[in-house]
Design a protein around this ligand. Structure first.
Ligand code: HSE
Length: 298
């Protein structure tokens, strides 16, 4: 018996919500095939095209996530894991989270579903820690549960599903360079001046209100991240120009996706999303960089 899963990529932080907000992206993600083995070992096949991804289960996000689940269950069951990666690692669209989430969802299924989806987020988060050096669930929660998630608290984990307005669209540009989440977190200052924190709290609350009341204008003016984006944008080629162009093209707001280098914009309606995708393309066509652009419903 084997289980095949599709684990979606995700946009985390969503502007002002560092480590607490994330949503799954339609149609882009990892495909994984898992089956039990009789050797009491987690075996991870080499991942096509990504030679530098570890196959040692103690270093691979999928392996560590599976082990966390098995330890909790007190099981020594072995598994063979095949991963088809469609998202480049270090993308800012939840590549490692997709693998960690897909792995625990499939293993849970093969074991007769001892855990709820929500409980699986905990194990996926332990897997993702290998890649980011820190505990955060803003990619693994949407990758495991789907949709738009708020991580209200971490201890204990408290995940809240949010229903976004029906015409909210997202455009993501993924420059094909790698930014390691760990490094992108290390450069952040641990201190936040109170005045900046106040602006950010206002935005997080405004964004929640806008999402719940389908107030696109409020979503737009609440999205701005005053804390993390200014510190990280230096890592992203063409960031300021890109943001300016997508705002001119009608975006509600624009920020870094996860820890970068991907950048996302939100739009009211598919038509505007397509115009934004065109604007992103125009900015990046002038560079030497390879890139991909995705348009997806939030
Ligand atoms: N919230 C995390 C960060 C997401 O920004 O570091 C990593 O993809």
């Amino acid at each position: 018996e084997e289980v095949k899963v599709f684990a979606p990529g995700s946009v985390s932080n969503v502007g002002c919500g560092f480590d607490i907000l994330g949503f799954a992206i339609d149609g882009i993600g990892d495909e994984m095939i898992l089956k039990k083995n009789d050797e009491k070992k987690i075996r991870i096949s080499p991942v096509n095209g990504y030679e530098n991804l570890p196959t040692d289960p103690k270093k691979n996000v999928a392996g560590v996530a599976i082990q966390a689940l098995l330890d909790d269950l007190g099981s020594d069951q072995g598994f063979d894991v095949e991963i088809v990666k469609n998202i480049k690692p270090g993308s800012g669209i939840g590549s490692s989270a997709a693998s960690a989430a897909g792995a625990v969802v499939a293993v849970n299924e093969l074991l007769g579903s001892p855990y709820s989806r929500l409980q699986l987020v905990d194990f996926a988060m332990i897997g993702e820690e290998v890649a980011s050096g820190d505990i955060h669930a803003d990619n693994v929660a949407p990758a495991t549960l789907g949709g738009f998630c708020l991580i209200r608290g971490y201890n204990p984990l408290d995940v809240i599903h949010i229903n976004p307005p029906k015409d909210l669209w997202c455009v993501v540009i993924h420059p094909q360079i790698e930014i390691k989440t760990k490094e992108s977190r290390e450069l952040l200052s641990p201190e936040i001046p109170l005045k900046k924190a106040i602006r950010q709290w206002g935005n997080v609350a405004g964004l929640m209100s806008g999402l719940y009341t389908s107030n696109y204008e409020l979503i737009g003016r609440s999205l701005e991240d005053h804390i993390v984006e200014p510190q990280r944008k230096v890592l992203i080629p063409e960031f300021d120009e890109l943001k300016l162009s997508v705002m001119e093209a009608g975006a509600l707001g624009c920020s870094i996706s996860g820890s970068g280098p991907s950048v996302f914009a939100l739009a009211n309606g598919k038509e505007t999303a397509d115009v934004i995708a065109g604007a992103m393309d125009t900015v990046f066509r002038r560079t030497e960089l390879d890139y991909k652009i995705y348009v997806s419903k939030v």
